[in-house]
Design a protein around this ligand. Structure first.
Ligand code: ADP
Ligand code: MG
Length: 274
């Protein structure tokens, strides 16, 4: 279980997250949607421990182990994984080497098993539509948007984390690539041991067609202002986020102030839904 409790965080002495609560169990898929600048990437960075962000309140635990006091690599070894919205170029380090070293550092596998990883790597790459030449190229260097996101998914498939935060994995992907990465991740939520738990940050419902979220949360101005089932994503696609902004429609007043109120407010707005 990944438990996010009352997270307040900011950067540059500016508060961005203002009390985030979220619980994700193994095998569950939660979508986090919200307008630009609402704090979605900040949440992802704070979970993984990116330098430059300050957590002023709250906790994040994975099976009871506090993550916030750990370095990013220790969070990764505890089983947390982040696919970047903008994967960072690492010149001089091929993807295959990065993955082999990651597995060794996590105490999963030995040097002698690097060979079998080669085979697993090419199998997974083929399934994700990644040409073999890319595996030998420096990590993320000069990749197209689509190649970079397939690469992120390949790393997830090989490293088999327990929880993954996907920051707009769908951005820059064509429909075919979107289907391939989403289906691969969906499979991990069924087949892993334990099955993968997912927080999928996305603007669009189309990712959720192949990666079906049981729960959808709306993040606005650093707070989760509404939570619901898959139909919430459909409503958002039709109506946009206006009702969830603090300066938005009349409903915004009802929705402000936390997810419980948000659910009530939504019930009024969409009496047939939720
Ligand atoms: P989203 O991913 O939802 O579009 P972000 O989390 O990237 O939003 O950003 C939320 C707000 O916080 C934005 O106004 C952004 O400019 C600001 N912000 C994010 N990271 C930093 C940072 N490192 N320093 C200062 N401001 C930041
Ligand atoms: Mg973002």
């Amino acid at each position: 279980m990944l438990t996010i409790s009352d997270i307040h965080a900011g950067a540059d002495s500016r508060q961005i997250l203002r009390g985030i609560d979220l619980e994700v169990r193994s095998g569950e898929i939660h979508a986090v949607m919200g307008p630009n600048g609402s704090g979605k990437s900040t949440l992802a960075h704070v979970l993984m421990g990116r330098p430059g962000y300050e957590v002023t309140r709250g906790s994040v635990t994975l099976d009871g182990v506090e993550l916030l006091t750990l370095a990013p690599f220790e969070r990764a070894q505890a089983g947390l994984f982040l696919t970047f919205q903008y994967p960072i170029e690492v010149p001089g380090v091929p993807l295959a080497s990065a993955l082999t070293e990651s597995l060794l550092a996590a105490g999963r596998g030995t040097e002698a098993e690097a060979g079998p990883l080669g085979e697993r790597l090419s199998d997974e790459a083929a399934q994700l539509g990644i040409p073999p030449a890319i595996l030998a190229r420096p990590l993320n260097v000069d990749l197209s948007g689509g190649e970079a996101k397939r690469n992120e998914t390949l790393q997830l498939a090989i490293l088999q984390p327990r929880f993954a935060v996907l920051d707009e994995l769908d951005s820059g992907l064509d429909v075919d690539a979107l289907g391939q990465v989403a289906r691969r991740i969906e499979r991990a939520t069924r087949e892993g041991d334990p099955p993968l738990g997912v927080i999928a940050i996305t603007h669009y419902r189309r990712l959720l067609a192949e990666l079906p979220a049981q729960r959808v949360h709306v993040l606005s101005e650093g707070r989760i202002v509404a939570s619901g089932g898959p139909e919430l994503a459909e409503e958002l696609e039709r109506t946009g986020y206006a009702a969830y902004r603090e300066d938005g429609g009349a409903a915004a007043g009802e929705l402000r102030g936390g997810s419980a109120l948000g659910e009530l407010g939504l019930g009024k707005m969409f009496p047939g839904g939720l």
